[in-house]
Design a protein around this ligand. Sequence first.
Ligand code: DGY
Length: 323
Amino acid sequence: MIKPSVFVTRRWPAAVEAKLAENYNLYLNTGDKPLSPGEIRETLKRYDAVLPTVTDTLNAEALDAPGAQTRILGNYGVGYSHICAASARNLGLTVTNTPDVLSECTADIAMTLLLMVARRAGEGERELRAGGWTGWRPTHLIGTKVSGKTLGIIGYGRIGQEMARRAHHGFGMDIVVYNRSKIAPEVLAQCNATQVDTIDDLLPQSDFVSLHCPGGAENRHLINSRRLDLMRPGAFLINTARGEVIDEFALIQALQYELIGGAALDVFDGEPRISPGLLQCDNLVMLPHLGSATREAREAMGFRVLDNLDDFFHGRDPRDRVI
Ligand code: DGY
């Protein structure tokens, strides 16, 4: 059989690119630069499969490619809110993602951020590197104790549950959960978690709030100024989900006026552009979208895309089909 042609929009770990090259006619974006909507459209006309990722905007304009040769978008990543579902359906595209394999590493980064913001680790490192540390003193950079506090988790899928496991079993935290659908009692019991009916119920009870819901239009600005007001004074907001879930303007206000204790973000609205106001906030920790950035997770994500492609081109329904 002629090998299907596959276009990869960014560079992937070498081991995965090598395996892809064995099974497919592989075309790489060797410059590793994000493609424009027009360039995405061109790839859809030429290749049997396109393998995009979170930095590609596959909106209605990019997917306006009638008669496209592409039949499958094998997304490298679990989130796929950068792909316009209606346009993908219109083109008859199958879309897959890469769940499970990055859940632990993403929860590790969420926990890293939680600890960093509570214990003022970012501020401490900045002070030390700037040569401003004058030595130990009883009142220096006093943070907030994490152990035994209450963590509110918004979105109790695989990553949310991994976060709960770390927080509850590692740090003795009480877990409160908001999720659109009902969580099975045995799943909640694993971390002695309580599910509440609304986000508004969760916020006033939580010392820390960690976001693990999908992005996209339905969750845009889920955390807005009204909801930031519902948080406890001194509470911390952690986001490893998608930037658009938080109204960044409202967050900047809440941080500047110290309406909440602080925030820690791995994702940003319109990233890699960073709202200038965020850079002024000392009670904010920021990482450049590192959730899944371990060798293990990034290779596993690539091999998961390969599994999905192999299923598709052998006539099986891919295990991670989302559209
Ligand atoms: C995803 O998988 O959606 C991440 O944001 C990139 O790991």
